[in-house]
Ligand binder design. Sequence first.
Ligand code: GDP
Ligand code: MN
Length: 388
Amino acid sequence: MNIHEYQAKAVLREFGVAVPRGLPAFNVEEAETAARSLGGPVWVVKAQIHAGGRGKAGGVKVVKSIDDVKKESQRLLGSTLVTHQTGPKGKQVNRLYVEEGSAIDKEFYLSALVDRGTSRVSFVVSTEGGMDIEKVAHDTPDRIVTFSVDPATGAMPHHGRRVAQTLGLSGELAKQAETLVAKLYRAFVDKDMSLLEVNPLVVTKTGELICLDAKIGFDDNALYRHPDIVALRDLTEEDDKEVEASKFDLSYVALDGSIGCMVNGAGLAMATMDIIKLYGEEPANFLDVGGGASKEKVTAAFKIITSDPNVKGILINIFGGIMKCDIIAEGVIAAVKEVGLPVPLVVRLEGTNVELGKKIISESGLNVTSADDLDDAAQKIVKAVRGD
Ligand code: GDP
Ligand code: MN
C-alpha cells in the first residue's frame, strides 16, 4: 500500500525525522489558510498523487505570495498530472500539500528497501539527488552506494558515517546524517515498510539536513498490525477493480489486454497469461482466486472481469485440487445469471469433481465453450475474441 507525500512526512515526523512544516489542503480556501498559518515568505505548493516526477510535470511550484499559492492551487486542483510515472492517462490531483519553502544548497538521494537478495533492509545513497535515480543507475552506477543493515544490530553509527562519507558531509552535517539513518531505519522496521524513498534529501543554506520529498510503500501482509497506516489509504489512487478484488481477498492486477482470466494459483495464472500471449493476444488481467475459493468469491471475480470494457473474451482455467470444479461451475453460473455474459467464455476445468463441474456447465443452457486442456482453451478464446 502506498501513501501520499504529506502522510509519509507525518509518519517520518513521528520518528523525529526533519521534514519541512506543511499542511494538506483539499480546496483553494484550505490552501490559503495553510499558507497563512505557515507564514512564508516562501511556500511550495505540491500536488499529492501516488506518483513521482511531479516537479518536471508542473506539480511542484515554489511561490512567494499568498496570491500565487491561491493561483497555483486553483490550477492544480482537479487537473490531471501526467508524469513519467503515471502513464499517459495521468492522475487527477485531488489534494495539495502546502509547505514552507526551503533554501536548497545540495540535493541528494536516499532510500531504504527490503532487499530480497540479502534478506535485509538495504540503503541506497547517491549524491545525484532530485533527479531520476533509474537514469543515474544506468548512466553513472558508480555514483550509487548500497549497503545492508544486519537485523540483529539494527542501524549502527558506522552506517550513518557511510552515508555521510558518500554524500561528502562532515562535522555537524555528518552527525545529522548519522541520526537520520538511525531514525529512518527505525521508522522502516516499526511500520513494516517495503520502500522508503527520500528524493531529494537536501542540505539547506542554513546547514540542515532535511527530507524534502518522501515516498513510502508498506508491506500489505503486515497492514493488519497498523490500523493507523490503513487509515491513510486513498482509494481514489487505486484501480477500482483492484479495490473491489481486495474486498474479496482476490489477487487481481488490471492489465491492458483483451482476454479476462480467472485462474486458481499464481503459477497457473502466469502460465495462462503466457499461453494467451503465445497465441497472439494479451491478457486483460492477472487473477488468482486462490486455493479455497467459495462460490461468492468466484462470483465477485467474474463480476470484476466483466466490468472491464477492454475485455472481449473470458478464459476460466481452474485446476480443482483443494477447490472443487463443481463449486467453480456453480459460481460461474450464478455470476452469469446475475451480470449476463456479454462476451465469449471458454472454461477449462481439471481435477476434483471435474465431471460434475462440466455437467453443471453444459446443463446450464449458457453459451459457454468448454475446453479439454490449457492449449485448447487458449486457442479457443483467442479465436473467439478475433471473431474467426
Ligand atoms: P517529485 O518531482 O514528484 O519527486 O517532487 P519533489 O518533492 O521531489 O520536488 C521536485 C523538486 O522541486 C525538488 O527536487 C526540488 O528541486 C524542488 N523543490 C521542492 N521543494 C522545494 C523547496 O522548498 N524549495 C526549493 N527551492 N525547491 C524545492
Ligand atoms: Mn522527489
